[in-house]
Design a binder for this molecule. Sequence first.
Ligand code: FES
Length: 158
Amino acid sequence: MIKAAGRAIIEKRNAILQHDGWEMTEASGLPFEETPPSSTDSEAMGGFVAVAKVGTIPEGQGRSFVVAGRQIAIFCRAGEYFATSDFCPHMGAPIADGYVDVDGGVVCPWHAWKFRLSDGCWLDNPKSKTRLECFPVRIHEGNIEIAIPQTATTPHDE
Ligand code: FES
């Protein structure tokens, strides 16, 4: 039941993104913006994996990538990079399309919930357990690298 609900959200999201002209991958049915540097799933599970070159994500914006089967958003704010799940915890919106504000938050493009990029805290209700999932980021040899824990879950795993 929950898996079906998650799939319905993803299909709705994909329909919106296709309508907006996003390119879709055949394997996952999920959108991607650019091909990341070469990597393997085993590299991504538990270790850092290169996702994009430094400088390819404009200041104050986010971009979406598929990493180890996960849809990941990477943001550039004040020259620093942040990685989160690209599924808003509310209804699965592509958070990479959100508005990055000067306070270090990202505002969801669908219903304007706001999350702190550094830890995923839902800034509209900071005491809530609702969080935007975040991932460690490092810069290595000119690449933006992220680490996805092996225990990370997807919205349709829950
Ligand atoms: S889907 Fe993000 S606030 Fe509703």
